[in-house]
Design a protein around this ligand. Structure first.
Ligand code: ADP
Ligand code: MG
Length: 143
């Protein structure tokens, strides 16, 4: 696991971009942390680096959005409102997870079963003012 500290939204976007450069199609990145921790900011930086044009904001009226990057498809989910999708439509995430797509998931606890083995786990927390502490744990490195 590696831990990084960022001191501005721009630094968090840059970290997202750095992480994105190491992702292959099919990768699933889950991002946890409380409201305002910077999850969407991180995803925005990653999406930019993957060639996504236009606004990257948390999906509001759907659980996710798909974007076209320049080398890969990109999906961005926000599962804040999902208490647990076992009771919901089991195929709910199918539109956003496939071998050609790099998928970013905010509030992944909403679908813990389905996202049990992410490629990368990102945990973000407030560290005073504009500082954020960001843990990055990749599946291949183990616990
Ligand atoms: P989340 O998706 O976790 O709710 P957002 O990325 O939407 O969080 O919002 C983070 C907010 O915190 C933004 O208003 C951003 O400008 C601000 N911010 C301040 N410092 C940082 C930082 N170091 N990293 C990310 N966001 C920061
Ligand atoms: Mg968000």
């Amino acid at each position: 696991m590696s831990t990084r500290t960022t001191r501005s939204p721009e630094e968090t976007e840059a970290l997202g971009a750095e992480v994105a450069a190491g992702l292959d199609p099919g990768a699933v990145v889950v991002i946890s942390g409380e409201l305002g921790a910077g999850k969407t900011t991180f995803v925005r930086g990653a999406c930019r680096a993957l060639g996504v044009a236009g606004a990257v904001t948390s999906p509001t009226f759907t659980i996710g959005r798909r974007y076209r990057g320049d080398r890969v498809a990109v999906a961005h989910l926000d599962l804040y409102r999902l208490a647990g999708i076992d009771d919901e439509e089991p195929a709910l995430l199918d539109d956003y997870l496939d071998a050609e797509t790099i998928t970013f998931v905010e509030w992944p606890a909403g679908a813990a079963d389905r996202l049990a083995a992410p490629t990368l786990e990102v945990r973000m927390s407030h560290a005073g003012a504009d500082a954020r502490v960001i843990d990055l744990e990749s599946a291949s490195q183990g616990a």
